[in-house]
Write a protein that binds this ligand. Structure first.
Ligand code: ATP
Ligand code: MG
Length: 368
C-alpha cells in the first residue's frame, strides 16, 4: 500500500501542512525539535488510531487548539482509500472512504504500518510490558477480532483484580463471584493465548531467516512465547489450554487471594529471544540487541504482507544512522520497490547515498 499524500491540521507543532509523497523513500530532514518525528507519528496515528509514543491523545492536539486532524490518501491494490482521523477532547472520530466508523477496531487495519524507532530497543531490553504491547499492537492491525477478544479479557481482568483486592483486604476466601470471573477469564485467556501462539509461530520463522541474513549467517535468532501459567504450551488446542488454566487457577487460588491480584494469564506472559541459543536480553551485546529488534520489525513487514496481501508502510525514526553500513544497506535494499519508506534524520551524511539520490526529501523547519 502507498500513502500518496497526507494533510495534518493542528497536529503537534503543525498548524496545517499538506504533502505529496513518493511511493519509494521519503526523507524528512531537519534540525532537532522541528517536527520530523511528529510527521511520522501523524502517519502512525492515521493507521493505528493511537500514537506510538503516548497513550494520552490530547498531547497530539496543538497547544491551545481544540482538535487535531489527519487526512491521508492511501492507495491499495483495490483502489484509493481516503482516511481521516479527528482527535478532540471528547475522543476520536475515524472515517474510511468518507464513512464514519462506529468502532475504532474496525478502522484500524485499513492502513498497515511498521515503525522502527530508537525506543524499540526496549523490545529486547525493556520490561515484559513492552513485548506484550508489541504483540498486541501488531496483531491488532492484522486481526481486528484479536483486539476485540483482548478488550473483553482486559475488562474481566480488571473486575477480577478488584474483587481479589477486596477479598485480600477482608481476608476471606469464599466468593462465588470469584469462580464466575475465573471461568470467564479462562475462556478469554485461552482465546488470546492461542492466537498469540500462532502469531509468534509465524513471526519467528520470518525473524529467523531475516536475522540470519543481516548477520551474514553468523547468528540464529529464536523466539519463545513464555506463558505465566507454565504448563500452557504452543502445541495445545483450545480445550487443552483451558484445562491447564483451570488447574493453575485452582491450585493458585489461595495465593491469588493472598496477593490480591491475578497472577496468571496473557497479561503476565512474555517473549524470550535467543541468539545462538543464548538469552539475548541477558547476554547480548548492544548491537546484537538492536539487530534482534530490527529483525523483529522486518519480520513484521513480511508477516503483514503474507496475512494482508500488501506490504505496510515502513516508518524509520532516527534509526538509520545507528545501524552499520551493512545493516543499513540491507534494510533499504531489501524493501526497495516493495515498501514505501519514511525516514527522519538530522543529517543525510549518515545515510546510504544511492538511496538519498532516489528519495523524495522534505526539509522540516518549525512545523513547516
Ligand atoms: P529530533 O531531531 O530532536 O528528534 P524532531 O524534529 O523529531 O526532533 P519532534 O519530536 O517532531 O522533533 O517535535 C518537534 C516539536 O514539537 C518539539 O519542540 C515539541 O515541543 C513540539 N510539540 C510537541 N507536542 C506539541 C503540541 N501538542 N503542540 C505544539 N507543539 C508540540
Ligand atoms: Mg525526532
Amino acid at each position: 500500500m502507498i500513502l500518496e499524500s497526507i494533510t495534518v491540521t493542528n497536529f503537534r507543532n503543525y498548524n496545517s501542512a499538506s504533502i505529496s509523497l513518493s511511493k519509494s523513500v521519503n526523507v524528512f530532514l531537519g534540525e532537532n525539535a522541528q517536527g520530523k518525528t511528529n510527521l511520522l507519528e501523524a502517519i502512525y496515528v492515521l493507521a493505528m488510531a493511537k500514537s506510538h509514543r503516548t497513550s494520552n491523545d490530547k498531547e497530539l492536539i496543538k497547544w491551545d487548539e481544540n482538535y487535531a486532524k489527519i487526512e491521508g490518501r492511501l492507495k491499495k491494490k483495490n483502489g484509493a482509500v481516503p482516511l481521516e482521523l479527528t482527535i478532540s477532547k471528547k475522543g476520536k472520530k475515524a472515517r474510511v472512504n468518507h464513512l464514519e466508523q462506529k468502532k475504532l477496531s474496525q478502522y484500524v487495519g485499513a492502513c498497515n504500518v511498521v515503525m522502527f524507532a530508537p525506543e524499540d530497543l526496549n523490545l529486547v531490553k525493556g520490561s515484559p510490558s513492552h513485548r506484550r504491547r508489541f504483540i498486541d499492537m501488531e496483531m491488532g492491525q492484522i486481526q481486528p477480532v484479536y483486539m476485540h477478544v483482548l478488550n473483553q479479557y482486559q475488562k474481566v481482568l480488571q473486575q477480577r483484580n478488584a474483587l481479589l483486592k477486596d477479598l485480600a483486604r477482608k481476608k476471606t476466601k469464599d466468593s462465588a463471584m470469584l469462580d464466575i470471573l475465573t471461568e470467564q477469564m479462562i475462556d478469554l485467556a485461552a482465546e488470546v493465548v492461542i492466537r498469540r501462539f500462532r502469531f509468534i509461530h509465524l513471526l519467528k520463522e520470518w525473524a529467523f531467516s531475516i536475522h540470519s541474513s543481516i548477520t551474514r549467517g553468523l547468528e540464529t535468532l529464536n523466539i519463545e512465547y513464555q506463558s505465566s501459567a507454565a504448563d500452557v504450551l504452543e502445541d495445545m488446542d483450545l480445550s487443552k489450554i483451558k484445562v491447564v488454566y483451570e488447574n493453575t487457577f485452582e491450585r493458585m487460588k489461595e495465593k491469588e487471594i493472598d496477593r490480591g491480584v491475578s497472577l496468571f494469564g496473557p497479561h503476565r506472559d512474555d517473549l524470550k529471544f535467543f541468539v545462538n541459543d543464548r538469552d539475548v536480553q541477558t547476554f547480548g551485546s548492544q548491537g546484537q540487541q538492536r539487530t534482534t529488534a530490527l529483525s523483529l520489525k522486518l519480520a513484521e513487514i513480511e508477516l503483514i504482507n503474507s496475512e494482508v496481501g500488501e506490504y505496510p508502510l515502513l516508518l524509520l525514526d532516527d534509526v538509520l544512522s545507528e545501524l552499520d553500513d551493512y545493516r543499513q544497506t540491507h534494510l533499504l535494499h531489501t524493501f526497495k520497490e516493495k515498501v514505501q519508506t519514511f525516514v527522519t534524520t538530522t543529517n543525510i551524511d549518515g545515510i546510504d547515498h544511492e538511496m538519498i539520490q532516489q528519495a523524495a526529501s522534505f526539509n522540516v523547519n518549525q512545523g513547516q
